[in-house]
Structure formats: structure tokens, C-alpha cells
Ligand binder design. Sequence first.
Ligand SMILES: Cc1ncc(COP(=O)(O)O)c(C=O)c1O
Length: 411
Amino acid sequence: MTDRTTLDVDFCRAFFPPIGNGLAYLENAGGSYVPEPVIEAVTGYMRESQCQPGWTFASSRQARARIDAGLAFAAGAINAGQDEVVVGPSTTLNAYVLAQALRPAMREGDEIIVTNQDHESNGGVWRRLAQTGITVREWRIDPTSGDLDLADLDALLGPRTRLVCFPHVSNIVGSVNDVAAITARAHAAGARVCVDGVAAVAHDLPDVKALDVDFYLFSFYKLYGPHLALLYAKREHIVAAANQNHYFHEHSIPAKLNPGGLSYESVAGIAGIGSYLEAVDGHHFDAPANSLRSRIERVYTLFRAQEANLMARLLGHLDRHPEVRLVGRRSADPKLRAPTFCLVAPGRSPEALANALAERGICVGHGHFYGKRCVEALGIDSETGVLRLSMVHYNTVDEIDRAGEALHALL
Ligand SMILES: Cc1ncc(COP(=O)(O)O)c(C=O)c1O
């Protein structure tokens, strides 16, 4: 056998039970489907080892091993150390805890830069620190393109900037931000970065060391996993952060940033994401790749090529409707945008369009998706918001055609 150069989409689809329901699922940016190995890992944990982990009896040792497998994959997938990742209930809560943990080391008048491109998760918690004397500066998008301009960031950075918070990918605009370039600029100014990767990780699971980010957040339920989220923080930042856990955890790395216990069965489920990606790797590549990261990188290269096909196909359908505003870059290049497409059709309610598509078996979302500031900055009424079609690698050209034709008929 020789290595496959294109993704075997049918092979991938067979892992996801709901795909058999015949619906075209295009609300992946809201939450992706879950493959069998994740379901098996969660139910296996609950069936065979639902007990307190860490003791020496057999089921407890098994519980510990399953939890550790989930945590090991979570860290290894982004090239982080296991002592640098916290798995919490959601990105919103992880960001909240992080803000509480970083605030004590800041002084009144210190500055934090936030964007109006972000989901509120990586904005609200930082903006709220203004009530405690922090100066919050807003890095604003271009209202037409939805893009963030690096020159505008340069104008905001100063000697008192402590943190720059921004998305890897916006869940509204879909643009891929240049995380390495933004991070390098922030570091040159003596600031750290906190990156929201939630809308990115299904399309680009980054190497956090290569990007040199200080903090990176994402949610597993957008990455074929359970409802949990990861906070990556450089070890020295965890050491310096204020303890958010019980007082006797003051020196527990990384538990000091994780108040409350883990959802054990869900953490066990994270290992199933790894099993799925390994199965895709094994199916496509003959030559062994000796690190988890190199296997992830070659699998994701296949994912992105498939997503580029889907994006090009959707853009072709949209070309028939020049009156429809596509938010973000009109590009099928995965380096420039994620396959998350927000649309506004003049005089047409996004909700009514979404409902009409649902009647035709096409699953999409509508509204502001908690990127309310972003939608408003684009000059769109956030009460009605946008219609959003979002794909991942397991979607097919046929599904895009079904959505494109249905939209065409409705418009
Ligand atoms: C870009 C982005 N950031 C953050 C979040 C919030 O994630 P969580 O639900 O885990 O708090 C979402 C959820 O939709 C999102 O799309």
C-alpha cells in the first residue's frame, strides 16, 4: 500500500453514528459530532471503572489509567507538557478562572488588549477587570472585512500592556489570525498573549511551543470530544499565578488553576479523540510517524485539503447570489480562513432561513453565536444576526450541494 494523498471521507464518516441519520450537519462550529472511540471511552469508564481513582484496587487503577490517557492525549496533541494543561468544564469558565489567577500580579493602570472579533468568552472576563483598575483597550476589526490589522495592534501596545487576548479563528468572521506574528509583537512589547483556539482546533490543532503562546484555550466538544475544555499555560505562568483551588493546592501544578474536580468519565473520553485520529492516520499512511504531533500534522493536512474542497464548492454556490453578504474572506484557502461561513441575505431573516433549511434536512445555526460585539462591529443587527454554515472534514461535497441548492431555492 502507498500513502493516500486525499482524505477517505467515507472511512471517517463511518466513525460518527449520527451521520447515518441522513441530515447534512453544517453546525459544526457550534459542536462537532463524536466518533465511536469517544463514546466507547466514556461508556467504558462508566461501565467498568466509575469509582474514585488513585487507590490500589483494580477498578480504581483502571479509572486512573483511563483519566491519564485522556490528559496525556490532551497535552500531547498540542505539544504541551502535562503539567501545563488544565481540563475544565468549558472555555468560558477556564478563561474566567485564568483572569482571577492573573489579576493579583497586575497593578492598577496596567493594560489588557481585547478584540471585538472574539467570542465573549475571551473578552468579557478581561473587560470586567476594568472594575478593578485595569485599563482595557479594544483592538477593533475593519467593519467591512472583519479582519484585525497588525498595525492597529502596534498602536495599542505600550509599556503597561500585560496581556493581548485574541482569537486564533473568529467563530463569526472565520479568518485565521497569524498567531505567531501577533504573539511575537506582544512579546516584544513585554506582554503575554491569551489565544482563543475554540474555532480553530477542528481545522488546525496547533503546536503551542512553536507558536510560543502563553495561554491557549479550546473546547473538546468542537474537536469531536465531550463537553470539556482545555487551558494551556506555560509552566512558569502557572507557577506565578494566584491559586484558584483549595489552599493546600497552592503549589499543585497545574491543579491550582482547576478549582473543583474533573469530570472523570468525560476526561476518559478525550482519549477517544486520539484513537480516532490514530485510526485515520493508520488508514491513510503506511510509513510510521514516530510522534503524536507528526501523525496529527499529516492527518490535519488531509482534513484541510478536504475542507478546502468544501469551501470552494460553497463559494461556487454563493457566487450565484451576489446580493448575499459573506462575512470574512472570500477564499477557500485554509491558511486564510476556516470553513465557517456567516451570511446575511438582504431582507431575509437568518432564523427563517435556518428553519427552512432544517425542514429540508440541513442543519445550520443563526444569531450572533456570542460574538455579539463582532456582529455589531460588522454593522449587522445582533438581534437577528447571521446565518452560519460550518463544516469539518467529514462533510461532503454532496452535503454542500444540498445546502447550496436549498439556499438558492429559498433566496
Ligand atoms: C470561538 C469560541 N470561543 C469560545 C467559545 C465558548 O466555549 P465554551 O462553550 O467551552 O465556553 C465558543 C463556543 O461556541 C466559541 O465558538
